[in-house]
Structures are given as C-alpha cells and as structure tokens.
Design a protein around this ligand. Structure first.
Ligand code: ADP
Length: 467
C-alpha cells in the first residue's frame, strides 16, 4: 500500500514536472523568438540611411558596406542592386556564413543544442522587404532584405541567456523532484497508517480478542471503514456472548427434564412412587419437551441453511390456530390467562406447510403465555387484507424494552427480563418463527411496550406462487 501510494505520487510528480518544463521551454522559445524578430525589424529601420552613407563620391565604399554587414541582425541577408538591376553587394552578418555549415560556435553539444535552439541555420519562413536607398531624392539603389520570420538565437548573449534560463529551470525541477519524493514518502506513510491500525485490529480479532476496536479516524472513507469495522466487531462479540449464553441455556433446558425423569425413576426404584399411568405420562411430558427442543434446534438449523422443505398444501389457518389454542388452553387455565379468539371467517386458506405453520403460531401463543403475568389477557386475531392473511397475537405481558426489540428474532436472543424470570427459554423460538414466515413468502413483525404488552403480526400470502 505504502509502496503503491509512493510510486503513484512519484509518477504524478514526474509527469507534472515534465509537462511544466516542456511548456515553460516552449513558451519561452516562442516569446524570445518573437522578441528577436521585433529587434531585427527595429534594426532594419536604420538600414536605408546606413546604406546611403556607403555611397560616397559616386561609388559604393566597401569598408562602409562591411561595417553595415557587421551591424546586421543575425540571419538577415541584404542584396543591394543598382537601379539598372545589377548586383552591387550581398551583405550578411559575418557569423552567418559560419552557421550555414555547422552548429553555432562549433563546440559540439551545448545546452542550447539540447533544447533545439542551436541547430544549423535554417529558418522556418522568411520575410522580404524592398528598401529604396536614396540620397537627396535620388534613388541610388534598391536593397532586398530577407530575414527569418521567427528569429533564432544565434548571438552568444542570447544563447547564454536562454541556457541560463534552462539551467535554472532544471535546477528548480530537480529541487521539486527531491521535495516531491520526500513529501510523497511521508504522505503515503501517513495515509497508510490508519489502514495498518485496522489490519492490526483485524489480526487481534482473528486471534479471538473480540473487544479490540479502532479509534475513530478521520471523517472520510477511512473513518467510515473504521466505524463499519467497529460495528462488525460489536456484532461478533454479541454473537459470541449469545453463543455462550445459548450453550448454558441449552444445558439448563436439557438438565431440567432429565433431572425430573431421573427423580421419577429413582422414586420408582425406591418404591416411593408407583409406576402408574399418571407418573409415566409425567415422564412422557418431560421426554416430549426434550424432543421438542431437539426438533426446534434441527428445524432452525436447516431453515438457516435454506434447506427446510415446504410442502405447499392448502392450509386453513383458522382451523390450524384452533388446534394451537386447544393445545395451550390447559396451560392458560393453570395461569388464569384469558384468551380471545373469535375469527370473523371460518375459512382462510393459504398454501403452506401445516407442520411448520403450526410451529409458528404455537411458538407465538406459547411465548404470550410464558411472558404474561397470571390473570393477563391474550388476543388472537385473523383477517384477510388483499392477497394476504394477517394474524396478530397480542398479550398484556411483561413487554420488551425498545433497545431489545430489534434483536428478538435473532437466534439465542433472550431479554434480560426473561432470563431473570427463569422461564427456561432457549431463544430460538422467534428465530424459527421468522424463518418459517419467510419460507412462506411472508413476514413477522413486533410492537411492544415494556410492562404493558407485546403484539406480534404475521403476514402470509393467500396464494404462495413459488416456494
Ligand atoms: P425463548 O425460548 O426465550 O422464549 P424466543 O425466541 O421465543 O425464545 O423469544 C426470544 C425472547 O424474546 C424471549 O426470551 C423473550 O425475552 C422475548 N419475548 C418473546 N415473546 C415475548 C412476549 N410475548 N412478551 C415479552 N417478551 C417476549
């Protein structure tokens, strides 16, 4: 990560530097070329007078013409023709002849050469001007002046100026590069630091230290990652606690009926109790409890693996709930709980699995019984809403605290209140209810007020299209 960040920052620095050196160089060359052209044109304005001065006593003075040639801007060529068209002289700056067959100064590869400023003299375009050379209104000759449209740097001052600019540019780029390398090294280390902390925390969690958390980082994507990581660690810890609690609860669930069965058998052996029908059916009830628990666990496991089979058959929900109510009514009577179950219609059919749907409503009604104080009320309602059957199971029981409400459908979850009451639940009843509802393309939800009661609502489509 650090390496990748470092390399990418470095590549960006290099590209930026390369582009800026290239563009500065380009602009400089263009501007400087224009400046030289303007200088050339300014110098040429003096030319008619200078040439006229070379005409003395009816003839052209070679020395003066040579002096004029010396003052010509580099690259300029002046052809002086008489009025009859004959060539009087061709003037060029002395150093131009040298350039025409070599690079400037003949010193091999100079800095200027590398920048492409000092190549053999070939102009990209030429400008031509005709100037009349006059003396006291008499035309002496016509000078044709040819000079490059974009002047090149040919004189030593220009070259040294441009190469010193280029040197400074290179120095600045080198400095920027070194700074860029140092900065990108520290920036990449700084950026990767929170990720290293996250990796360390993930390692610790992997080793089983589930209380490991990362401190809130910045308010950006890394901060979000840290928050998501902490939420994940919280969930892992909660599930670990639930699992431990579940093992303890299951041990308790298994031990209670087994102890009871053993006490009965010891009593039979000691002759304290007769092995009559009543006592044997008490043993049978305890065995039923164990079988129920085992099948709850198995069903939940299979449902969570997505392999629970539903045999969709027409099921009359009203008849099914009738049976559930009938099964629990002895328990309700023992606890003096009143039950209201007055379905408006007798026939509300869904396509589903009768065994599983019985389990669903049994668990809800049985919970209402477990978590409602004696003399409380339980109300079951059914109606059809559009294409769905809608069943509610409400009680006036102990209720569920708002903070615990989101977790009641998680497996092994039991509220603190229900633990304190020693109701002996395992925390898988509602998880199974939810799985069964989903298998039937339905949904279950809960509303509750602590100390006042709880209402579970189940929706199941009347027509289950695909299961
Ligand atoms: P359990 O076997 O513990 O009843 P469930 O999965 O059926 O497991 O329920 C999970 C927890 O939800 C229960 O332990 C209890 O705390 C709470 N709960 C379920 N139904 C009710 C209810 N009708 N009233 C109050 N609390 C309930």
């Amino acid at each position: 990560m650090v390496k990748k960040l470092f390399i990418s920052t470095l590549v960006i620095v290099l590209i930026t530097l390369g582009l800026s050196v290239f563009s500065v160089n380009l602009v400089f060359r263009q501007q400087f070329g224009n400046y030289l052209t303007q200088t050339t044109e300014a110098a040429l304005e003096q030319l008619p007078e200078q040439l006229a001065a070379a005409y003395m006593n009816g003839r052209w003075d070679d020395n003066v013409l040579a002096n004029v040639a010396n003052t010509l801007p580099t690259g300029t060529e002046v052809t002086l023709k008489g009025t009859d068209g004959s060539i009087i002289a061709t003037l060029t700056h002395p150093s131009d002849e040298m350039h025409s067959f070599g690079t400037f100064g003949g010193q091999g590869m100079t800095m200027g050469n590398m920048m492409g400023m000092n190549v053999p003299y070939t102009a990209q375009g030429w400008k031509t001007q005709s100037i009349e050379v006059k003396k006291v209104n008499e035309t002496l000759a016509v000078a044709t002046v040819r000079y490059p449209t974009t002047a090149r740097m040919l004189n030593p001052q220009d070259i040294s100026f441009s190469s010193s600019i280029f040197h400074s540019l290179l120095m600045a780029s080198g400095l920027a590069l070194v700074l860029g390398v140092i900065l990108s090294y520290f920036i990449s280390r700084h950026l990767a630091k929170p990720l290293r902390r996250l990796t360390q925390a993930a390692d610790r969690i992997g080793q089983g230290y589930l209380e490991e958390r990362v401190a809130a980082l910045s308010k950006d994507e890394l901060g979000e990652l840290a928050t998501a990581f902490n939420v994940m660690a919280d969930n892992l810890k909660r599930h670990e606690e639930l699992r431990k609690q579940f093992t303890a609860d299951i041990a308790h669930e298994l031990r209670t009926p087994l102890t009871s069965i053993r006490s009965f058998i010891e009593a039979f052996q000691d002759g304290v109790l007769p092995a009559n029908t009543e006592n044997l059916s008490a043993i049978n009830a305890e065995i039923d409890r164990l079988v129920f628990l085992a099948s709850d666990l198995k069903d939940l496991n299979i449902a969570e693996m997505g392999a629970l089979q539903v045999n969709p058959m027409p099921v009359n929900l009203v008849g099914l709930i009738d049976k559930v109510v009938h099964n629990v009514s002895p328990l309700l009577q023992q606890k003096n709980l009143s039950l209201s179950w007055e379905p408006e219609a007798r026939d509300i059919e869904v396509a589903g699995d009768e065994r599983l749907l019985t389990r669903l409503f049994y668990n809800l009604v049985h919970n209402a019984y477990k978590y409602t104080e004696p003399s409380g009320r339980i109300a079951i309602n059914i109606e059809t809403r559009g294409e769905e059957a809608f069943v509610t199971v409400a009680d006036t029981g102990i209720g569920i605290a708002p903070v615990e409400l989101p977790y009641v459908f998680e497996r092994f979850f039991r509220t603190d209140k229900s633990r304190a009451r020693e109701t002996g639940g395992s925390g898988i009843g509602l998880a199974l209810v939810q799985q069964i509802a989903r298998l039937h393309r339905g949904e279950v939800s809960v509303e509750s007020t602590l100390g006042q009661g709880t209402k579970f609502s189940v929706r199941v489509p009347l027509e289950v299209r695909k299961m």
